[in-house]
Design a protein around this ligand. Structure first.
Ligand code: GLN
Ligand code: ZN
Length: 761
């Protein structure tokens, strides 16, 4: 019985690739140094999988930036602005596309399906001359072979590649990206021929787009592409890999009718419906790569339950045609549990990172072939049992409180315009009130104090004193700038999710559980392992301290339940919404404590609400319903005169505007730097909505200081579609990553612009 891994993290167990990349980009090390680190990482990954006994080991899933960008390089689809003149694409052109250079900005980056990984979006048009310009797939295949490992080279499939692209600037809207298929296939054919010549016997095409809502025309492109490739693929075993969701019926039919394919890979963790499709019919003589080990999470596999799924599948596809696999590339999970010596032992026994998942895959394959590792399976069963019965996981009171929520939809009793009136009586704000989103610049000194306090090198007293001083500085600055609604600046927070996770029960933190987000950037999501509760108030001390320093309203600052959920590794033993409701209840307690402490404006950030949107439209409504409900739970109990703000980090939410309205916040601040026009339609809805809205008046992601005129101009444009009594004036996100030298003049211009416009009313 064979085992297979769809793909593996590139960063290395201690983020070796990140440091090598950044040092190269900073000019501190050579291209050769970077190549060496990369080669070492690849070799240790291959060796690890081969030692574990994996039969189908992937190659070309390593990347110095992104696998879609690698494919763009392979196809020679470099946008003209990067001045590439043909020949093999090197680091120069490659990293210019990824990150921009002194004269040209980077290509656009966007989310890879519903993961937190971001890929570089290919820009294609009728003019592109595709050519075979990066031999990376072949080079890496040969590299592994030289190390004695025969791998399965992995390519982003041609149809998914085109469907993940966007039309280049200036290309007509009516242009069909799929019309380029016959132009890119010859390059794929060349690659395949070289791989064959190098000795490859299998090839894997990742076609994750097959799990999306595709039309007949798009499905037709798969049939067309793979029949066109048929001749060149002959003699090779072809695996088409899908992941992240179940495959819709029509796509499944298309897929299994592809003649040149030898094996089909499915995500059986998220794609439970695919299991039924397979049971309903699977082509005889073909391989099924059964993705039973979750690549999206850090939980140890329930081996016994996977084994029973695999046994059932064996009955359908035949013993020799079943391959045990991961649900998707392990890119989306942490790298190696070995580097977590500080993690609690019991919790650790419930976890598996990429390195452990490879071992699980192989253990399952061996068990299927009658060589079950009894000790490994019983240790796993014991860990599963301890997770089920552990008192640290289950908190009856929390379970009951969350279960009791389902009956009601938790809306504030009064409608938003009456609430705003009640709030205005208390707050007495001018029209076009000014505010900021929460964080102020985090200086090195500030980070040092926090770090040393955590390491117990700085006493509690000194720490509180330092933070207090910082808050005072930020408060005074905002008063000088004459901002209307103040913030305390979040100096005590390292990260908007971690800060809350660390104070809530049910969360664990890793030392090295990094996951690639884009390029060299990684995130370290907390692990939610148990029922969530709030042992004590989390922000009241700092917020009331800050409020005591000023007569102006001081915003309480919280992260919302949906964002905490979406930026964590979430437990898989109950539905996501239940975990979200639990977090919502904890945040609700915090909101009410803040209100009791005299905080009259409370912002509940939901930066990641849209990120959690499921891949398939049919599932959107369900998600949005519980996500928005969770948000409302947090603040349904406050007085009319308490003003609830929320903040979201994206501008493109036309498609979920009704859900945003349904959140029923009093004021929403949003990013608005990239798509003014699209927002106009949202604004119009906003008018009907009647709640306050603060579309960011300048982009905080850039060091550029906007002028007063520019901001005034922008606000005026907004006023053309929005009533002046609901418009707020604020930057588009927190100021954490900026310098004071940028923040002071920018905010000063912002306040001046607001004041100038007020005189017109
Ligand atoms: N309140 C947070 C801050 O200002 C919001 C950050 C975010 O939206 N990503 O930093
Ligand atoms: Zn933001």
């Amino acid at each position: 019985m064979a085992s297979h891994v769809v793909g593996y993290p590139r960063m290395g167990p201690k983020r070796e690739l990140k440091f090598a990349l950044e040092s190269f980009w900073d000019g501190k090390s050579s291209a050769e140094d970077l190549q060496n680190v990369a080669a070492e990482l690849r070799s240790s990954i291959w060796k690890q999988m081969s030692d574990a006994g994996i039969k189908f080991i992937p190659s070309n899933t390593f990347s110095c930036y992104d696998q879609v960008l690698d494919t763009t390089a392979m196809l020679g689809a470099v946008p003209p602005r990067y001045g590439w003149n043909g020949g093999e694409i090197g680091f120069d052109v490659y990293f210019s596309m990824a990150r921009g250079n002194a004269s040209v900005p980077a290509m656009e980056m966007t989310k890879w399906f519903d993961t937190n990984y971001h890929y570089i979006v290919p820009e294609l048009g009728p003019e592109v001359n595709f050519s075979y310009a990066s031999h990376k797939a072949v080079i890496e295949y040969k590299e592994a072979k030289a190390l004695g490992v025969d791998t399965v080279p992995v390519l982003v499939g041609p149809v998914s590649y085109l469907l993940l692209s966007k039309p280049a600037k200036g290309v007509e809207k009516s242009f069909s990206l799929l019309s380029l298929i016959d132009k890119i296939l010859p390059v794929y054919q060349e690659v395949v021929a070289e791989l064959k010549a190098a000795g490859a016997t299998w090839i894997q095409f990742d076609e994750p787009k097959l799990v999306m809502d595709l039309g007949a025309h798009e499905l037709q492109a798969f049939t067309h592409a793979y029949s066109a490739l048929e001749a060149s693929l002959s003699g090779l075993n072809v695996l088409i890999e899908t992941y992240f969701a179940d495959v819709p019926v029509e796509a499944y039919k298309t897929l299994i009718s592809l003649k040149c394919v030898t094996g089909f890979g499915f995500d059986l963790v998220r794609g439970t419906k695919t299991l039924d499709l397979i049971k309903g019919g699977f082509p005889s003589g073909k391989y099924l790569f059964a993705g039973v080990v979750d690549g999206r999470n850090i939980w140890a596999n329930d081996l016994a339950s996977s084994l029973s799924v695999l046994h059932a599948l064996e009955g359908i596809v035949g013993k020799d045609k079943l391959v045990v696999s991961t649900s998707c590339s392990l890119l989306h999970t942490a790298v190696d549990l070995v580097n977590e010596p500080k993690l609690d032992k019991e919790i650790k026994s419930w976890l598996a990172f990429a390195a452990q998942k490879v071992v699980e895959v192989n253990a399952l394959a061996k068990a299927l072939s009658g060589q079950k590792d009894g000790a490994f399976f019983s240790a796993n069963a014991a860990a599963q049992a301890s997770r089920k019965s552990s008192p640290r996981v289950t908190n009856e009171a929390v379970q009951q409180a969350a279960a009791a929520l389902k009956g009601s939809d938790h809306r504030r009793a009064t409608n938003v315009s009456d609430r705003l009136d009640a709030q205005q009586k208390k707050l007495n704000l001018p029209i076009l009130p000014t505010t900021t989103i929460g964080s102020f610049p985090q200086t090195l000194e500030l980070r040092r104090v926090r770090r040393e306090y955590k390491a117990k090198k700085v006493s509690e007293e000194d720490y509180v004193e330092a933070i207090k001083k910082e808050i005072n500085k930020v408060v005074k600055l905002q008063e000088e700038l004459d901002i209307d609604v103040l913030v305390h600046g979040e100096p005590e927070r390292n990260d908007m999710v971690e800060y809350f996770g660390e104070q809530l029960s049910g969360f664990a933190f890793t030392a090295n559980g990094w996951v690639q987000s884009y390029g060299s950037r990684c995130v370290k999501p907390p692990i939610i392992y148990g029922d969530v509760s709030r042992p004590k108030a989390m922000t009241v001390f700092w917020s009331s301290l800050a409020q005591s320093m000023t007569k102006r309203p001081m915003k309480g600052m919280l992260t919302g339940p949906v964002t905490i959920l979406n930026w964590s590794f979430v437990r898989n033993d109950q539905p996501r919404f239940e975990t979200c409701y639990q977090i919502a209840l904890a945040i609700k307690d915090e909101v009410e404590d803040l209100e009791k402490a005299g905080i009259t404006v409370i912002q509940i950030d939901e930066a990641a609400l849209r990120e959690g949107l499921p891949l398939r439209k049919s599932e959107h409504a369900f998600y949005l319903n519980w996500a928005v409900h969770s948000f409302r739970i947090t603040n349904c109990g406050v007085e009319d005169s308490t003003q609830i703000h929320t903040h979201m980090c994206y501008s493109n939410f036309n498609d979920i505007i009704h859900s945003i309205i349904d959140m029923d916040a009093d004021v929403i601040t949003i990013e608005n730097s990239r798509s003014d026009e699209k927002l106009l339609s949202v604004f119009r809805e906003g008018v009907k909505y009647g709640a306050g809205i603060g579309p960011g008046v300048y982009d905080i992601h850039s060091p550029r200081i906007p002028s007063e005129e520019e901001i005034a101009d922008r606000v005026e444009k907004m006023l053309a579609v929005l009533e002046c009594n609901i418009l707020w004036v604020n930057p588009d996100c927190g100021l954490k990553t900026r310098k004071y030298a940028e923040v002071k003049p920018a905010l000063s211009n912002m306040v001046a612009a607001a004041k100038r416009l007020r005189t017109k009313f």
